[in-house]
Design a protein around this ligand. Structure first.
Ligand SMILES: *Cc1c(COP(=O)(O)O)cnc(C)c1O
Length: 360
């Protein structure tokens, strides 16, 4: 049994080269006689792994010196609480609700203060990004929150909101390292790595130093304070060590591919293959407003639930797996992250053409 084309939204496909390298190092990591999984997180070997990972992501994203990079646990969802606990000095924040993950973050923030929904695309099943050029943002809001790429609905902010001087906080879980970003436009960029970078359990937080303070909401657990992790270089307690090691390998793989500008070019080319097909197909159609389409998650439907189910089943049998849409939206979704080769998308489109002919 060979490898399949895995279109899962997450955990998702990783570069084969990285998996092979990790397999080679499984029993004996660089002459240490042990696996990275068995190694002290305070050892010399591990110190090199985590330090190199940080250096490499800094280089890839061109992260300025006044930002910390934290490797934490708890997934992206833990950040839904950690962000308000650490940043809500005025107990007020503005949320732009463009999908389920943004909504969850918004609802979580309400546990800690006044979360104000300043824009939403719920009226059209989150199939577009609302105009965020002139939002009514409360003067005293501590931050403006977005989910930059909406994994479930397949939309992406191609232009950041006008925060009117407020700190921007972005969940980039499903578009992490898929294209260059200007880090200086954000106060916090964070993402769970299982979509585009590595194994589930690691969340990377890139945070501007002035936002890391002792002044957190009363009762904030030690483990949920950015400061404790920043002061201890992500080694306050045992980090998700093996996961970080794989992330590090993916960073090196990305550098070898030419960095984020090259990834963007590749991802655009790859997504175009699928979107171009969808735009001329008589059977399949994309569900997102074209200008807000994601390069990473591509939802589509036939308009007939039975036919959708038939497609998902036949595609899986042909080696194209995990194409079923999210349980809340139905239809199909192809997640085509960095590690999905363009051949995977080309072959999927060939299969879709064949299915269309057979089911006309
Ligand atoms: C998957 C996902 C999450 C949730 O991640 P967990 O690590 O499971 O908590 C949050 N935000 C976005 C955009 C996601 O795609």
């Amino acid at each position: 049994m060979g490898r399949v084309y895995n279109f899962s939204a997450g955990p998702a496909v990783l570069p084969e080269e990285v998996l092979k390298e990790a397999a080679d190092e499984m029993l004996d990591y660089k002459g240490t006689g042990m696996s990275v999984m068995e190694m002290s997180h305070r050892s010399k070997a591990y110190e090199t792994i985590i330090k190199e990972a940080e250096v490499d992501i800094r280089e890839l994203m061109n992260i300025p010196d006044n930002y910390k990079v934290l490797f934490l646990q708890g997934g992206a969802s833990q950040q839904f609480a950690m962000i308000p606990m650490n940043l809500m000095k005025n107990k007020k924040a503005a949320y732009i609700v463009t999908g389920q993950w943004a909504k969850k973050a918004y609802q979580e923030a309400k546990l800690y203060g006044e979360a104000v929904e300043v824009a939403s695309s719920a009226d059209k099943t989150f199939s577009y990004i609302p105009d965020c050029s002139d939002l009514d943002i409360p003067e005293d809001a501590d931050y403006v929150y977005i989910c930059e790429n909406n994994t479930i609905y397949g939309t992406k902010f191609h232009e950041l909101p006008n925060t009117k001087g407020h700190t921007l906080v972005a969940d980039v879980s499903s578009c992490f390292l898929s294209e260059p970003v200007d880090v200086t436009k954000y106060g916090v960029i964070y993402g769970g790595v299982q979509k585009n970078i590595g194994p589930a359990g690691v969340v990377i937080v890139i945070i501007r130093e002035d936002l890391i303070t002792e002044d957190v909401l009363p009762g904030t657990p030690t483990m949920l304070r950015y400061k404790i992790h920043a002061d201890n270089a992500s080694l306050y307690n045992t980090p998700p060590a093996y996961g970080i090691y794989i992330c590090g390998k993916v960073f090196k793989w990305l550098k070898k591919q030419g960095g984020l500008a090259a990834m963007k070019e590749y991802n655009e080319k790859k997504a175009k293959v699928l979107y171009d097909f969808l735009d001329q197909s008589k059977l399949f159609k994309g569900t997102v407003v074209p200008k807000d389409r994601s390069l990473m998650n591509v939802p589509f439907v036939t308009g007939n639930e039975e036919l959708d189910a038939k497609f998902v089943k036949e595609a899986a049998a042909a080696g194209f797996v995990n194409l079923k849409g999210h349980r809340t939206v139905g239809g199909m979704r192809a997640s085509i992250y960095n590690a999905m080769p363009i051949e995977g998308v080309e072959k999927l489109v060939e299969f879709m053409k064949k299915f269309e002919e057979e089911n006309a």
